[in-house]
Design a protein. Structure first.
Length: 542
């Protein structure tokens, strides 16, 4: 069903639209009559990193529960005793045979990193060191703590950690275990680019040097591209059925996914293609200024952290991307613009109305989504509001849920909607990509862009997903310095100059996929990497 009809589609509309439809074959598991069914399983392989690319709610956790021997698959025979010999027969001769046999022999141990690290403090109470120590099964914990940069927080109580710190603690706790099969459900939320690269490197090392099987779900495509040896695309209809493809090469998998068409499966999963521009876009705004802010200075405590921002102009109707490492002062700057924080030097024009979506979203009112959003705007429910906000952010399905029951990705979409629904001069969004799947990132990106274009609204977006920043921004504001010590920002720049500044700080260059122009991270020290660095072209061609 496409969600409109309950029964099988009487008009074959699904076939006409060529949208994913349930397969004719047996699923690997079905939860109940008319319940979610999963087709296909990912195949973990020793010494390799296997990626899964696809939306939330499509059966990834179900698949992993099967691979962890927690859920016995019923091959679609709801109510029957699960029969492993049939399952093994089904997978004979495939990449999974060896894994499943070892698993049935009890030879496979599993370590898992959960998706929503924000929930860790609800499940564990105590100092961070106590959580970490119980995971030190390979004697690698000390090294992991240092390389992930979490030494300064190990003595803190777990509920004082930021999202980025929790993410790195969770990564250390998972990778420190002595398991055969590691499952990591997202490694990048709340991490900056160099932290993402470190996490990717640690996962790769465990595969290559210790011959472990690594399975990673990741929505930051630049990182997925870097980390995986092969990927499975997952598609279907969230909540109804999910199909996991056989493994594809990383390049083909990501390219097919972006193009919206899976070649081997002859399956269209999206109507439009996601395209990247090889050349920096020319700013399409009139250049009218929305706000000119003076040079700003701010420090916390005595020499704890100091920020210095050059004076600059934000143009009316533009999307200004904001990039730079964690702890460099981006939120501090945002708070000063929003009038929530007094600068030590310089004064911000306080006539500006700012709508602000913070990085960590705390909504704990026991209130329904629709009730909450209708308190923010009188436009709630109008056709304008539905087309511009509710539809691209996929809010329809969650309108009647309670804010407190939402998953991380759902909460993020409600928070973006709440921010864009305000009547403001400047929309300031801090890490809107966190916990959104690739599809939702693309939709959120175009919702923010369209909203800015159609309403002469101006947006400032802080994010670490380089694809999202590329697709979203007209210009860039680059922060640099020494995290947690001092930060500085030059004035906003064009995309090409900005990307060069930002990526030269990180020492990373991108090449272009020849077929799709998709940016891909160059191997450090490779010929292209050296050539581009010499030419000073880190991202866009001139
Ligand atoms: P993902 O990890 O891709 O987000 P899941 O595997 O957690 O997806 O869930 C896929 C679908 O299966 C969801 O619609 C979920 O509601 C449903 N589901 C998960 N567990 C059960 C269960 N025990 N009984 C019935 N349905 C379930
Ligand atoms: P970013 O948004 O780039 O991650 P922030 O502006 O949040 O950076 O923080 C910059 C630095 O200032 C960090 O080291 C942070 O710990 C510190 N900091 C932020 N807010 C406060 C505060 N209210 N008091 C003391 N230090 C703070």
């Amino acid at each position: 069903s496409c969600g409109i009809c309950v029964e099988k589609c009487p008009f074959d509309a699904i076939q006409i639209l060529n949208l994913p439809q349930e397969l004719d074959e047996e699923p690997i598991h079905r939860y109940g009559e008319n319940s979610f069914a999963l087709y296909g399983l990912p195949a973990p392989e020793e010494g390799r990193v296997t990626g899964i690319l696809g939306p939330n709610g499509i059966g990834k956790t179900t698949a992993v529960r099967i691979l962890a021997d927690e859920l016995a698959p019923n091959l679609g025979e709801v109510g029957d005793e699960p029969d492993w010999s049939e399952v093994l027969e089904e997978y004979r001769g495939t990449a999974l045979q060896e894994y499943l046999e070892a698993m049935r022999e009890g030879d496979v141990t599993v370590a898992r990193k959960p998706q929503y690290v924000d929930q860790i403090p609800d499940q564990f109470d105590g100092p961070t060191s106590a959580l970490l120590e119980q995971t030190d099964e390979r004697g690698a914990l000390d090294e992991l703590i240092d390389r992930l940069g979490i030494r300064p927080v190990v003595d803190q109580h777990i509920d004082t950690l930021s999202g980025g710190e929790l993410q790195r603690v969770a990564l250390a706790a998972t990778l420190a275990r002595d398991a055969d099969f590691y499952f990591l459900d997202e490694i990048t939320p709340y991490l900056d680019i160099s932290q993402r690269m470190t996490a990717a490197r640690l996962v790769r090392e465990l595969a290559e040097e210790e011959n472990r099987s690594m399975l990673v779900v990741e929505h930051d495509l630049a990182i997925l591209d870097l980390i995986a040896d092969a990927i499975h695309v997952a598609y279907g209809q969230a909540g109804a059925f999910g199909i996991i493809t056989p493994p594809k090469s990383v390049k083909n998998g990501i390219n097919e996914y972006l193009s919206g068409y899976l070649e081997n499966e002859n399956m269209r999963i999206r109507e439009t293609e996601i395209e990247f521009e090889e050349h920096a876009p020319r700013s399409n705004t009139t250049g009218q200024s929305l706000v000119e802010y003076p040079a700003l200075e701010k420090s916390y405590g005595e020499g704890e952290f100091s920020l210095s921002v050059e004076s600059g102009t934000i143009h009316e109707g533009e999307v200004l991307g904001v990039v730079g490492p964690n702890g460099i002062g981006k939120s501090t700057f945002a708070q000063m613009l929003a009038g929530r924080l007094e600068p030590d030097e310089g004064e911000v024009d306080s006539r500006l109305d700012i709508a602000y979506k913070p990085q960590y979203i705390e909504i704990d009112q026991p209130m329904r989504v629709d009730a909450f959003l209708s308190t923010i705007t009188d436009d709630f429910g109008s056709s304008f509001w539905k087309t511009e906000i509710a539809q691209p952010l996929q809010l329809d399905a969650i309108m009647e849920q309670n804010l407190t029951d939402l998953s991380g990705g759902e909460r993020q979409r409600v928070a973006i909607a709440a921010c864009l629904s305000e009547d403001a001069d400047l929309y300031l969004l801090d890490e809107p990509s966190a916990h959104l799947d690739v599809e939702q990132r693309v939709l959120a990106t175009s919702a923010i862009r369209r909203y800015a274009e159609n309403n002469d609204a101006t947006a400032m977006v802080i994010d670490h997903d380089i694809y999202m920043i590329d697709l979203l921004s007209d210009r860039l504001l680059v922060f640099e310095g020494e995290p947690a010590e001092r930060g500085r920002a030059a004035e906003p720049q064009g995309m090409r100059e900005g990307m060069n500044d930002f990526l030269s700080n990180l020492d990373i260059t991108f090449r272009r996929d020849e077929r799709t122009s998709r940016p891909r991270i160059n191997k450090p020290g490779s010929q292209l990497d050296r050539e581009q660095k010499n030419a000073g072209e880190y991202y866009y061609a001139p």
